[in-house]
Design a protein around this ligand. Structure first.
Ligand SMILES: Cc1cc2nc3c(=O)[nH]c(=O)nc-3n(C[C@H](O)[C@H](O)[C@H](O)COP(=O)(O)OP(=O)(O)OC[C@H]3O[C@@H](n4cnc5c(N)ncnc54)[C@H](O)[C@@H]3O)c2cc1C
Length: 355
């Protein structure tokens, strides 16, 4: 579950050097000493994003001696920084806090020589190599670029929703549904992904109320039939969440009838906001192809239409959207970038995949 921070902008991610050798995880908010090579602005691999995809790419590229620069964004660590318990990432049988998992990935990347900077890329020029990227007023150059800028869940933008994120409010049923065994939950939305989330949640919750602003769903017929015939799903038509109720934990939602304006309280233990995700593609849209949903398209494996530019993680994936799939994608992109560099005489062949 997420923690109600309302985003990670401004949180300094967490990697301190204990003895000048081994990076260790530090608690959220610990100031980070500036890396000695912070002035480095040219690299064979520049990675955009420091979520699971970007940092896994960094681990692989760094272990291949490519000394990557990660322009990780102000929202350092990505989506898992607003999550508390992660129970489905392999290797952590007791679960792990999202920020701690990201600290560990970052420490692992820097241990092998990746330079991770918490700056947003504002502009890129992919017209020729070396590629150029501008971030925080500095120009960076790169022989290859891995775009791992992720996606952001779209929230209702209610103050009460932000306050109760991680205390019953979530945007990911696959991630957090398990915590609502035998409970009642509300799903907000009316598209296919909302119906998918609702159907998924019926595996755990005893009752799922889908709150939708209109009097019919936008989703496909088959999904509608599945949802409407499921005995655990009820629909609150023409309804809009105007407030999430609860002090420390969600206890209900205040709904407004979009036709009559009348308000009523629907008690619930959880609220899943399923009104969509926005891929973070703004600075790349002029250069890279997007699919009909606005996510970056790949042409062959992780490669894009621009030779030497690769893509990984949620910025191209609206189907799986998991930390492990993003990490796997980051690994693939780093190996593809390394092969590309080797083919162009810019790297030793096949070190990223050597273990
Ligand atoms: C509330 C919640 C709970 C979740 N729980 C789980 C879970 O339990 N298990 C699980 O497997 N998955 C979970 N997920 C999904 C998981 O977080 C994502 O699938 C995963 O983080 C995607 O990784 P990514 O690296 O592709 O992108 P992100 O994590 O979105 O990271 C994107 C990175 O790109 C950076 N960025 C964006 N734009 C720019 C730019 N212009 N310049 C530089 N950097 C930029 C951001 O700052 C960020 O560092 C959860 C998601 C949410 C929202």
């Amino acid at each position: 579950m997420d923690q109600g921070t309302g985003g990670t902008r401004g949180i300094t991610p967490l990697q301190i050097m204990s003895d000048g050798e081994q990076p260790v995880a530090a608690p959220v908010g610990t100031p980070v000493p500036a890396p000695a090579d912070e002035q480095r602005t040219d690299a064979r691999v520049v990675i955009v994003g420091s979520g699971p995809a970007g940092l896994t790419a960094a681990i692989y590229a760094a272990r291949a001696n490519l000394e990557p620069i990660v322009l990780g964004g102000y929202e350092a660590g990505g989506q898992l920084m607003i999550t508390s318990e992660v129970e489905n990432f392999p290797g952590f049988p007791e679960g792990i806090q999202g920020p701690e998992l990201m600290d560990r990935m970052r420490a692992q990347a820097t241990r092998f020589g990746a330079l991770v900077l918490d700056v947003d890329v504002e502009r890129v020029d992919f017209s020729r190599r070396p590629f150029r990227l501008w971030a925080g007023g500095v120009e960076y150059t790169a022989q290859t670029v891995i775009v791992a800028s992720g996606a952001s869940a779209i929230w209702l933008e209610l103050e009460s929703e932000t306050r109760l994120r991680g205390r019953g409010v979530s945007a990911c049923a696959t991630c957090d549904g398990f915590f609502f065994r035998d409970r009642k939950v509300v799903v907000v939305g009316g598209g296919d992904s909302a119906l998918e989330e609702a159907l998924f949640l019926t595996k755990y919750a005893r009752e799922v109320v889908v709150v939708h602003r209109r009097d019919q769903f936008r989703g496909s017929r088959i999904m509608q039939e599945r949802a409407l015939s499921n005995p655990r799903i009820r629909v609150a038509w023409n309804s809009q969440v105007v407030e999430v109720l609860g002090d420390q934990q969600v206890s209900g939602v205040r709904l407004r009838d979009t036709v009559t304006g009348e308000e009523r309280v629907e008690p619930t233990d959880g609220v899943f906001v399923a009104i969509g995700h926005r891929p973070n593609t703004g600075v790349f849209r002029d250069w890279l192809d997007t699919d009909p949903k606005g996510y970056l398209s790949v042409h062959e494996e992780t490669a894009t239409r621009i030779e030497g530019v690769f893509v990984a993680g949620d910025v191209r994936d609206h189907r799986y959207r998991q930390a492990i799939t993003a990490a796997g994608d980051g690994c693939r992109a780093a190996i593809d970038a390394e092969h590309w560099l080797a083919e162009h005489g810019l790297a030793e062949p096949a070190t990223a995949s050597a273990w």
